[in-house]
Design a protein around this ligand. Structure first.
Ligand SMILES: Nc1ncnc2c1ncn2[C@@H]1O[C@H](COP(=O)(O)OP(=O)(O)OP(=O)(O)O)[C@@H](O)[C@H]1O
Ligand SMILES: [Mg+2]
Length: 304
């Protein structure tokens, strides 16, 4: 397979207004596959690779795992009220750009965190959003989706925005998928996880075209390597996944599997794990309207 370093081509006729091309939603409604881990490590890696740009990771999961991984106490963050819930909450005014930084957290280089990596914390309250939105009519939900796009728009000068989605199909997940230019599916090479991918892609495919994010590809997580390489069983599921992705409308010319991350508690201790999937951004990165580019990888996830 050859690599190319061109920016992602945008499909003809696709309006870019309202969609954040620098945003990537990390999704799978199957739980525990590594979405949060991937969001954090990829975000950290992007920040390290592009020290002059700002990278934002957003926790939209009511479990607040990403907020915890970022070294914060989700209870306190939820109480502070400067979080994703406050920004997307219907009926509340959206802060202007001058105030948006109040909602972000940064570890200022402590604990080895990149200084240019920012978190928009999660909130336990996002769970209640669906109860409220379920009572709304189509106009109400459309308004909520538009609000999600406005929230991402507050950060359009960031080089990249990675959104850690919860394992559900709820309104906030839908809203962020509609607002983001791209999505990445995290999958474990086993039967249950791989069988779910076509359904997941079909579900995203139901989003009307102008708002539909482009599939960046899949990240295969928790690959068990024996001394002789990936196990036969897992290899089978990786091949199955490749077959599933073969006829998909993927961004760029990748084969759909962007990288394979090993199953290892050690790798989670350092964000070097992000190096297994590389985002190639254009020389002009960041641009205000710059799309998130790249994801061109070798078969084992190495950079070209
Ligand atoms: N490659 C890996 N090797 C070992 N452990 C991993 C790996 N990736 C993730 N884990 C662990 O698996 C657990 C689930 O990971 P994570 O929270 O990232 O999944 P998730 O998809 O975000 O889950 P949820 O659907 O609940 O949001 C965590 O304890 C994490 O540390
Ligand atoms: Mg998670």
């Amino acid at each position: 397979m050859g690599y190319h370093t061109n920016p992602f081509p945008e499909p003809k006729g696709r309006p870019s207004m309202g969609k954040q091309q620098n945003a990537l939603a990390v999704v799978n409604y199957k739980g525990g596959v590594g979405k949060t881990t991937a969001t954090f490590f990829l975000g950290a890696q992007l920040a390290v690779d592009h020290p002059r740009s700002k990278v934002l990771i957003i926790d939209i999961d009511a479990q607040c795992s990403l907020t915890t991984v970022f070294g914060l106490d989700p209870v306190r963050e939820s109480q502070l009220g400067r979080n994703i819930f406050r920004l997307v909450q219907p009926g509340k005014p959206l802060p202007d750009k001058a105030k948006r930084d109040l909602y972000l957290r940064n570890q200022r280089g402590s604990r080895g965190f990149p200084e240019n990596l920012y978190l928009l914390p999660g909130s336990f309250e996002t769970e209640d959003l669906d109860v409220k939105l379920a009572k709304e009519d189509a106009r109400g939900t459309a308004g909520f989706f538009a609000r999600c796009a406005q929230v991402l728009g507050l950060f359009d000068d960031f080089g990249a925005i990675l959104i850690d989605c919860p394992p559900n199909k709820m309104f906030l997940t839908q809203g962020m998928l509609q607002a983001a230019g791209h999505y990445l599916v995290v999958v474990i090479p086993d039967k249950v996880s791989v069988y779910g991918v076509p359904r997941l892609i079909r579900w995203v495919g139901e989003i009307p075209f102008p708002e539909r994010p482009l599939l960046a590809g899949c990240l295969v997580n928790r690959v068990i390597r024996s001394p002789s390489g990936i196990t036969q069983e897992q290899m089978r599921w990786v091949s199955q996944l490749e077959a599933t992705l073969a006829d998909r409308d993927l961004v760029g010319r990748n084969r759909g599997i962007l990288g394979q991350w090993p199953n290892s508690n050690k790798v989670c201790a350092t964000y070097g794990m992000g190096r297994h999937v590389r985002f190639h951004l254009p020389a002009t990165f960041p641009r205000r309207d710059g799309p998130l580019h790249g994801l061109h990888l070798g078969p084992n996830g190495e950079a070209p």
